[in-house]
Design a protein around this ligand. Structure first.
Ligand SMILES: Cc1cc2nc3c(=O)[nH]c(=O)nc-3n(C[C@H](O)[C@H](O)[C@H](O)COP(=O)(O)OP(=O)(O)OC[C@H]3O[C@@H](n4cnc5c(N)ncnc54)[C@H](O)[C@@H]3O)c2cc1C
Length: 457
């Protein structure tokens, strides 16, 4: 039985760094990958989708060229084979880079195959059983489909299989009005498909404040995307060469016909086939591995990092998990997940940048609040760029004057929100940023202005 000091399962956003860090500290490390090196973000998540979003934005701007005084001769069309080729060309170096760097790391052995626990400190991969005192689980997740009548009778796409699409669907029906579904919906509309989004709830991205959901609905509808909300009792069936979705909506046609169906209704952790029971590793009812604030499982010497622990669903949270575990194990630095402020983006165009609590969460906490809000129409950079859709909002604790959260929906919102995020990490009152002099003309320059105009709610 090959023995190691540490075994890392999965090469997502935490695993490779963990393996390199441990190997660099002189530990004998094994890392196991059953699929593509680099995991979801690199191969089927952030990198390819944001590359596709960039192609879609180019098409959108090209169609609006005349508004900017730019002449485009003839109609703008999109060559999907070239769009996919560009996406593949961006992904390939990252995927290869992860594999090369792991194979080139001294003290690190790479195994390719499915890993499964056979005991608390033993993992089978192929015909080998490896053992180690320390095991780091970074197995990520995969798309999950809801129990929807008819879904087993139709061909449907997921965020993963969308990566192979090199043609233009005539009419893409997207089930799921949340982050992943909306990014695909807008990009395919901009590529030239008819797009319908079906959402079972009463609004898009229900985790956000109602004003954010409403503004995003408006942005998508303006671009010609059909959105059907309150689609309870959803079922799908084959219809000719395409699909038909029956929706029980409060208004509109009861059936939506499309050429292709994308199911974007969430993800599940890759823990069902990991042999967790053999190791006695605890998981919750949805299969997420239970961890404490330093990402330790209930089994001593076993940690779970990234999407599989249910403490985050982003590349930056998985990477931060690595930082927390490495700091505790190797640097005598007691970092914790609880110190992390929630932050993420929705990469439609214009994007949404989010930090901390929503206004609804802050109100629920019972604090006295100050709220500032500014439409992008008042932001000169947005006017100059010809995109004044969206708004920015900040929520402040009236007593401590600390910022509790922010949403910036508009050009550069995904970048500008970091001003707020960093102030929150600094635990500094909002008045510090109110007096800061930001660069003109930027979206971020209006955050101090907004902070000067807070209203008690
Ligand atoms: C369409 C889409 C867009 C996204 N966009 C963003 C974004 O813009 N920003 C952002 O922050 N996040 C985004 N995400 C989420 C992000 O991709 C993940 O949060 C991120 O990849 C972290 O994953 P991870 O490190 O937990 O594991 P993963 O990256 O999922 O990697 C897990 C690895 O483990 C391997 N594995 C699994 N089981 C086993 C086993 N038993 N044996 C061996 N190997 C195994 C898998 O093959 C995989 O390579 C997106 C996700 C999707 C689907």
């Amino acid at each position: 039985m090959p023995q190691y000091d540490a075994i890392v399962i999965g090469t997502g956003q935490a695993g490779p760094s963990m393996a390199r860090r441990l190997a660099g500290a002189g530990r004998k490390v094994a890392i196991i990958e059953r699929g593509l090196f680099g995991g979801t973000c690199v191969n089927t998540g952030c990198t390819p989708t944001k590359t596709l979003v960039a192609s879609a934005e180019a098409a959108y701007i090209a169609r609006r060229a005349a508004e900017f005084g730019v002449v485009v001769e003839g109609a703008v069309s999109v060559d999907m084979k070239r769009v996919k080729a560009r996406k593949d060309a961006v992904v390939a170096p990252s995927n290869l880079g992860v594999e090369r760097s792991l194979r080139g790391t001294e003290n690190c052995t790479v195994y390719q195959g499915h890993a499964r626990f056979t005991g608390p400190h033993e993992v089978r991969v192929g015909d080998k059983v490896l053992s180690a005192a320390q095991i780091f689980i970074n197995v990520g997740g995969r798309p999950s489909a809801p129990p929807m009548p008819g879904l087993d009778q139709v061909a449907y796409l997921t965020s993963t299989s969308m990566m192979d699409v090199d043609f233009l669907p005539e009419h893409l029906v997207v089930v799921g009005g949340s982050y992943v579904g909306l990014e695909f919906a807008q990009m395919y509309r901009r590529f030239g498909s008819a797009v319908t989004v079906i959402e079972m709830g009463p609004r898009l991205i229900a985790r956000e404040d109602e004003d954010v959901s409403a503004a995003i609905l408006e942005i998508l509808r303006q671009e010609g995307i059909q959105v059907r909300l309150n689609a309870t009792c959803l079922s799908v069936a084959r219809s000719g060469n395409g699909i038909a979705a029956s929706v029980d909506c409060t208004e509109g046609a009861p059936t939506i016909s499309g050429s292709h169906l994308l199911v974007a209704t969430g993800r599940r952790p890759n823990t069902d086939d990991l042999g967790l029971e053999a190791a006695g590793i605890a998981q919750d009812s949805r299969g997420f591995i239970t961890v404490d604030d330093q990402l330790r499982t209930n089994v001593p010497g076993v940690w779970a990092l990234g999407d599989c622990n249910g403490r985050g669903a982003f590349t930056h949270t998985s990477w931060n998990d690595f930082e927390i575990v490495a700091a505790n194990l190797l640097d005598n630095d007691p970092r914790r997940v609880g110190d992390r402020i929630p932050a993420y983006g929705l990469f439609i165009d214009p994007p949404l940048g989010r930090a901390g609590m929503t206004e609804a969460e802050a109100r629920k906490s019972g604090r006295k609040l100050l709220v500032g809000k500014m439409p992008m129409e008042d932001v000169s950079r947005a006017v100059e760029k010809g995109d004044t859709r969206g708004f920015m909002k900040v929520v402040v604790d009236a007593e401590t004057r600390l910022i509790l959260g922010a949403a910036i929906l508009g050009p550069g919102g995904d970048e500008a929100v970091h001003c707020v995020l960093d102030l929150m990490y600094a635990k500094a009152p909002y008045t510090v940023m109110q007096r800061a002099v930001h660069i003109h003309p930027t979206v971020a320059e209006f955050i101090p202005t907004m902070l000067g105009d807070l209203v008690a709610v």
